[in-house]
Design a protein around this ligand. Structure first.
Ligand code: ZN
Length: 222
């Protein structure tokens, strides 16, 4: 029996991954991280979506993390600015966030006997997050498996898709309505409903999502 654990934020990408996983694995669980993000609406949406998809959800509180790192997603501020600690990266970058999530999820996978870990990391519509790159994810997987005598697979079905293709994948996997109605990606946590889903329409995450949605409609004739 195959079992997958999905790293789930309640956003567009990980909601799509949850649909993808449900259609491919015998058993699916999800894990969500509260790491001090200002847009806590994310965690609430994650709980709602997991319940609607009948997926058991583990919410992990990493309250300490926000005190240790700088990010506009934690302390607020201009999400369009460069990062205060590294001007090559955007202000919304959270140092080592994906490494921390994957580390914790990999440990939990061992307990629940999940053979595969799934994440919505994507290097195509690259938001400037070096910890979303495939090389990084694969290297981390190898290190974690080496350190635990495991052979847990890590799947990143969105890695080389653009946002339009991610919308199309959500449609194919039967979760497009869930993505549009309930998933949350906006850096400002704005629940305002648009044709392309929820969000403020001004932050970089909303910009990507809005642009991707209209490209999806045009490209796939939906
Ligand atoms: Zn927004």
């Amino acid at each position: 029996m195959s079992k997958a654990l999905v790293i789930f934020s309640g956003g567009q990408d990980s909601t799509t991954c949850l649909g993808w996983a449900k259609n491919r694995y015998d058993s699916v669980q999800a894990i969500t991280f509260a790491y001090g993000q200002t847009h806590t609406v994310e965690v609430e949406q994650a709980k709602k979506i997991a319940a609607m998809m009948d997926v058991p959800l583990q919410v992990v509180h990493l309250d300490f993390f926000g005190d240790l790192v700088n990010s506009a997603l934690i302390s607020g501020g201009d999400v369009n600015a460069p990062h205060v600690d590294n001007e090559a990266l955007p202000a919304s970058y959270v140092p080592n966030r994906n490494a921390l999530f994957i580390l914790v999820a990999h440990a939990f996978s061992q307990k629940i006997k999940a053979d595969t870990l799934i994440g919505g990391m994507c290097q195509t519509d690259y938001s400037g997050y070096p910890d979303c790159r495939e090389d990084f994810i694969n290297t981390l997987k190898q290190a974690l498996n080496m350190g635990s005598e495991q052979n847990i697979k890590v799947e990143t079905p969105l890695m080389f898709l653009n946002k339009a293709e991610t919308f199309e994948l959500a449609r194919k996997e039967g979760v497009l309505d869930l993505v549009l109605q309930h998933s949350h990606t906006c850096y400002n946590g704005d629940p305002n409903m648009n044709e392309w889903g929820r969000g403020c329409g001004d932050c970089p995450a909303c910009g990507l999502r809005e642009k991707g949605y209209y490209e999806f409609k045009e490209q796939f004739g939906v």
